[in-house]
Design a protein around this ligand. Structure first.
Ligand code: PLP
Length: 423
């Protein structure tokens, strides 16, 4: 009997034994194509020797040094590289161990920023329905996925959720994509005014929505309007790129495609590419200065902040993404993947939409293409698709989504950036 507490107690997964490029191999020798990079993690595949060598060298040099005493070279170098390529205004990087820690840190930094600035009345966070920001209490409170929140509701923070920007489902008949985006963004201003215009600290959103909707980018103009509203009311914009960042969309930071400047930016998954657990919260120089000029201490802190081996892995990953021309490759392969999916499934009676950016693609499954009505969630379609694909040697990420109370299923594809056309 295993003593591991698994993710699903009623499923016995095969044991992964090794990795080979885009494939995972179990102890029986069966090969699985990693069609979703786990959950948009393994962007360089499973046998990248530049990254493994970097981690080994760091282990030989220094495994750990607590950040209350020391900084370390890989953390300094990785922060420099991330900031060099970051959106305008971003100046500092706070390294954590994963995505939930990054978003949780962002929520607390937003709060402390306003306390330091003498605006303690700013305490509200606004996020969106159909979003996922992680599983710790603050991050789960920010997420809008009803299923994930349900049983923990009594423990969650009071956070507002406005509608997402989800063209396929929420754009009205006859409405242009641009007008729809402006209407969706207006919900932010309405909610700020409802809560009290100087009581909101931040708005949090995923530039391309991942796990809850299946690679849904915003329409043109949405984030420009969101930025204007945040500026008008002095609200911080937190972008959660834990899933869509680090080259996944063909840009190092996904928000580049929307031409929007965040105040706080969260990254994780692709940063460590699965070779080490790592995430990061990047923030503007202005936010950092408020802490520096104030208490000088961000009252947060995790033991494994800026772990030398994790930052060494991150450094090797980002160098690989930038140095091997992988951003262009992701754009090119992403267009080919989209075209192939449309050719193969575009006319399928139960495929409603195929979308995404770069190698971050979603297929929305519907009962009826005309009405966009989803299947009954009781069918457990997502789970059945996952099982069927896995049996065929394809690991992909089908999920039951939530559409403002209705549930629609989708499949998320996020293969490694090294995937070939044949694969
Ligand atoms: N934010 C987004 C957008 C995510 O997709 C996820 C994970 O799927 C998280 C946060 C949480 O990251 P982690 O699972 O590393 O804690």
């Amino acid at each position: 009997m295993s003593h591991v507490f698994p993710r699903h107690t009623k499923i016995s997964p095969p044991m992964a034994a090794s990795g080979d490029g885009c494939y995972l191999i179990d102890t029986n020798g069966k090969r699985y194509f990693d069609g979703s990079g786990g959950a948009a993690v393994s962007c360089l595949g499973h046998s990248d020797t530049d990254v493994t060598e970097a981690v080994k060298a760091q282990l030989d040099q220094l495994a750990f040094a607590h950040t209350s005493f020391f900084t370390s070279q890989p953390a300094e170098d990785l922060a420099d590289l991330l900031v060099e390529h970051a959106p305008e205004g971003i100046e500092r990087v706070y390294f954590v161990s994963g995505g939930s820690e990054a978003t949780e840190s962002a929520i607390k930094l937003a709060r402390q920023y306003f306390v330091e600035k003498g605006q303690p009345q700013r305490r509200h966070l606004i996020a969106r329905k159909q979003s996922y920001h992680g599983n710790t209490i603050g991050a789960l409170s920010a997420g809008g996925n009803a299923w994930r929140r349900e049983q923990f509701a009594p423990l969650l923070l009071d956070i507002s959720h406005i509608a997402p920007c989800y063209e396929y489902v929420l754009k009205a008949e006859g409405e242009s994509a641009y007008d729809y985006g402006q209407r969706a963004a207006q919900e932010l201003e309405d909610e700020i005014l409802r809560l009290g215009e100087d009581s909101v600290m931040a708005f949090m959103a995923e530039p391309v929505v991942g796990a809850t909707s299946g690679a849904v980018p915003a329409v043109e103009g949405y984030y420009k309007r969101i930025r204007e509203i945040c500026d008008k009311y002095g609200v911080l914009l937190i972008l959660d790129e834990v899933m869509c960042g680090m080259g996944r969309t063909g840009h190092l930071y996904a928000c580049e495609a929307d031409n929007v400047r965040p105040d706080i930016l969260c990254i994780a998954k692709g940063l460590g590419a699965g070779y080490q657990p790592i995430g990061a919260m990047l923030c503007s120089g202005e936010i950092y200065k408020a802490i520096e000029d104030g208490t000088g201490f961000f009252q947060h802190g995790h033991t494994y902040l800026a772990h030398p081996c994790a930052t060494a892995a991150g450094l090797a990953v980002v160098k690989a993404i930038l140095g091997r021309g992988l951003l262009d490759r992701v754009k090119d392969m992403g267009e080919k993947l989209q075209a192939a999916l449309v050719a193969e499934f575009g006319q399928h009676p139960h495929v409603g939409d195929i979308r995404g950016r770069g190698l971050f693609r979603g297929i929305e499954i519907v009962k009826d293409r005309e009405t966009k009505e989803p299947f009954d969630p009781a069918l457990g379609l997502a789970g059945k698709l996952k099982k069927a694909c896995f049996a065929e040697g394809l690991a992909c990420y089908p999920m039951a989504g939530t559409r403002d109370g209705k549930t629609g299923d989708h499949i998320l594809l996020a293969p490694p950036y090294i995937m070939t056309e044949e694969q």
